[in-house]
Ligand binder design. Structure first.
Ligand code: GDD
Ligand code: MG
Length: 389
């Protein structure tokens, strides 16, 4: 993998947000220069061994999950967290069969759990992390909730890096690139508190009878605009440094992941940036080591386009609302920005009244969870957790 090194970054206290970097070559020798960094196969493999890839999934086509799993590079562990349908039409059972077959054939270490596993609820309750549970004691619905489950399991496995990839990807080999980009980004960092967020080069769509290579997703462009405005509220300088507000494909060092707070559902990705700024730039964080080491955010543009399942207008509207709500309710925001967000959401037909912009639920960092105890509880009570390799 050969990538550009960032030529420019913007600094917000201890947080450094780097401008978007491009991929120059998918494979490379080791290169270390002022402008470029190339990773040899051996270097990549060394990082992959320390990484866990979490795949959140809810009722996706088996074909898509199958392609995603087969494309994840060798070396890293995989954790699939499912919130798929059970009962008569048991999609989760199909996922379980697929995962078992995948391991039988490939011997790639992989684990699977259902988000609504009662034992998972018990384990969270017993270790004092009820923030993720609903009133009945089950883990709440939501992509973010699935990701937090995956994160704890990755920590249980002792992974030093954790990355996330969606299961509904129509181009399996793009996932291979995503994971390698995580490795590249995580290893150019100078601090153990690092995040890598991917920016898709194109998000193609069929328009009339032709594949049109759109540059931006419908939600991302708007989320980025308001995240950048949030920065400008505080600094007085306009910027467009943030290009990955909704980056579902992202990775972190475990040291950073465990001190992050996570916002529910699809607001998780924009909130990661809002949280970092609130906590480590303008806040009085207790995580002092992160402040002294510094936090690096890398944004890397993929070579592959991203083609995934189209989930309809209502889904897009919900995602936009949740994303902008994190900015609207941020303590870094001001009345003028809030007014602009209200207008944006009304214009896009997402809300009619301001009070529809509800504050998202936030799950605090997992750093204090006793992971050994969590594992013990999971082993004892879980009905769905399987782990191979
Ligand atoms: N475990 C779990 N639990 N997984 C879920 C849940 C849930 O409740 N809901 C959705 N997922 C899975 C989906 O099956 C898919 O694999 C992944 O999470 C992403 O969900 P999508 O519904 O496909 O979201 P999207 O494609 O519209 O949005 C994605 O890209 C955005 C950036 O464009 C997501 O990754 C967003 O978070 C991201 O902002
Ligand atoms: Mg999708």
């Amino acid at each position: 993998m050969l990538i550009e090194l960032p030529k420019h970054a913007e600094i917000f206290g201890c947080i450094k947000i780097n401008e978007v970097q491009k991929v120059l070559k998918l494979e490379s020798e080791e290169v270390q220069s002022e402008l470029l960094r190339g990773f040899s196969k051996e270097e990549m493999e060394e990082i992959l061994q320390r990484m866990c890839i979490v795949v959140p999934i809810k009722d996706e086509k088996m074909h898509l999950l199958d392609g995603v799993l087969r494309s994840i590079p060798l070396g890293c562990r995989i954790v699939v967290v499912s919130n798929s349908q059970r009962g008569e039409r048991d999609i989760f059972k199909m996922e379980r069969d697929l995962v078992s077959d995948f391991y039988r054939v490939t011997k790639h270490p992989i684990a699977l759990i259902h988000q609504k596993d009662p034992g998972l609820g018990v384990a969270f309750k017993e270790v004092g992390y009820e923030h993720i549970l609903d009133e009945s004691g089950f883990v709440r619905n939501g992509k973010a909730e699935g990701m937090v489950v995956g994160l704890i399991i990755a920590k249980m496995f002792g992974s030093e890096f954790v990355g996330f990839v969606d299961a509904d990807n129509y181009i399996p080999c793009s996932v291979n690139e995503y994971v390698r980009l995580y490795c590249a980004g995580l290893s150019i960092a100078n601090t153990p508190y690092t995040m890598v967020r991917l920016h898709w080069r194109y998000k193609p769509k069929v328009i009339e009878d032709r594949l049109y290579f759109r540059k931006w997703g419908r939600v991302s462009e708007i989320t980025n605009k308001y995240l950048n405005k949030l920065l400008a509220v505080q600094t007085g300088f306009e910027t467009n440094i943030i290009k990955t507000g909704n980056a579902g494909e992202h990775a972190m060092t475990m040291k950073l992941a465990e001190i992050m707070a996570f916002s529910t559902g699809y607001s998780i990705e924009p909130y990661q940036l809002v949280y970092l700024l609130e906590e480590f730039w303008k806040g009085e964080t207790k995580y002092r080591e992160a402040v002294s080491s510094g936090i690096d955010v890398y944004q890397i543009e993929t070579l592959n386009p991203h083609i995934h399942e189209e989930k309809g207008d209502e889904h897009i509207k919900e995602m936009l609302l949740q994303s902008l709500a994190t900015i609207y309710h941020s303590k870094l925001s001001n009345e003028k920005l809030r007014e602009e967000i209200v207008e944006e959401l009304k214009r896009s037909g997402v809300i009619r009244r301001r009070n529809e912009i509800k504050k998202n639920k936030v799950m605090p960092p997992i750093a204090e969870i006793d992971v050994a105890e969590f594992q013990k509880l999971l082993d004892e009570y879980s009905e769905t957790f399987i782990s191979f390799g």
